[in-house]
Write a protein of this length. Structure first.
Length: 297
């Protein structure tokens, strides 16, 4: 009887021990992540300015937000940045993955080189690209010192082109990660299907267009979700690279939120912009997670 009781106790302990170990971390996440998310949503309906307050104003902050030209500018910049960032990363990552899938010599080293930028923080990337693109010390200065005195590359200081420098830096950092996703998808395709198509006389173009690319649909979807999420919450890269300038040429919703919350002392409006960003990310993530759960069932 005693042996049976001890066995039952050990069984219960083994089942509960992981939960006990993880419970402090789970509690911290619930409070300091999801709790503060809910608190930010609440603040978006209050008259909070320099510090949080609890004067309820309803939808007033959202109404003010959509009347601000600064918010409109940040949304336009986000549209340009997100479209180019997602599109270029996807196409470049797919191209690099197809290149590496040819079983070339030195694949491991090349793959490491492509993936290395992802190991850096966006602050480091922004700072490095700021030096590289600065006309006084970067690429323009180097090329001119070689004798090509008419060469100009001042995008980082040009209102019309500054947003494209953010795209360049973001694509450089993330395209290797997208490549790894597509490469995993390519390596998971059944070779027997490809051999059968080749025996039927399918050209390489038709092979990729009709068989390989359609089977990469999950990789395309995953890349889109991840890149969209990164694009919407891009903050540190812009702050390190351009600071949101020149003027407001590279201001994005995340930098707008920071500016209005901590620099302009308009916490209610800043929280409203953060809530809209959250809802946008949720609108992308929830259908994706729902589809994944349905596939597993």
């Amino acid at each position: 009887m005693a042996l049976s009781t001890n066995a039952d106790f050990k069984t219960r302990l083994q089942s509960w021990l992981p939960k006990l170990v993880l419970s402090p971390s789970l509690a911290l996440v619930l409070v300091f992540v999801y709790g503060f998310i809910l608190f930010s949503v609440y603040l978006s309906f209050t008259d909070s300015r320099l510090l949080p307050s609890f004067g309820w104003v309803g939808w007033e902050n959202y109404s003010k937000l959509w009347r601000l030209s600064h918010w409109e500018i940040s949304l336009k910049n986000m549209g340009v940045f997100a479209a180019l960032y997602i599109g270029i990363c996807t196409m470049l990552g797919l191209g690099l993955a197809i290149f590496l899938d040819q079983k070339i010599r030195g694949e491991g080293m090349i793959r490491t080189i492509y993936l290395y930028p992802m190991a850096l923080s966006f602050i480091v990337t922004g700072t490095a690209w700021k030096w590289f693109l600065d006309p006084g010390i970067g690429l323009e200065n180097v090329i001119q010192s070689w004798g090509w005195t008419s060469f100009e590359f001042d995008w980082i200081k040009n209102r019309d082109y500054a947003i494209y420098t953010v795209v360049l830096a973001a694509v450089w950092q993330t395209s290797g990660f997208v490549m790894a996703m597509f490469l995993a998808g390519l390596r998971g395709i059944d070779n027997e299907i490809l051999k059968a198509a080749q025996m039927d006389g399918a050209s390489n173009w038709n092979l990729y267009r009709r068989i390989i690319i359609p089977q990469l649909r999950p990789a395309f979807l995953s890349a889109f979700v991840i890149l969209s999420h990164l694009a919407i919450k891009t903050f540190d890269l812009v702050i390190a690279l351009t600071g949101g300038g020149p003027g407001r040429a590279t201001e994005l919703p995340a930098t707008f939120m920071y500016s209005y919350t901590f620099s302009r002392n308009q916490m209610g409006i800043g929280a409203a912009s953060a809530t809209i960003m959250l809802m946008t990310i949720a609108a992308i993530m929830i259908p994706y997670l729902y589809a994944e759960l349905r596939e597993k069932k």
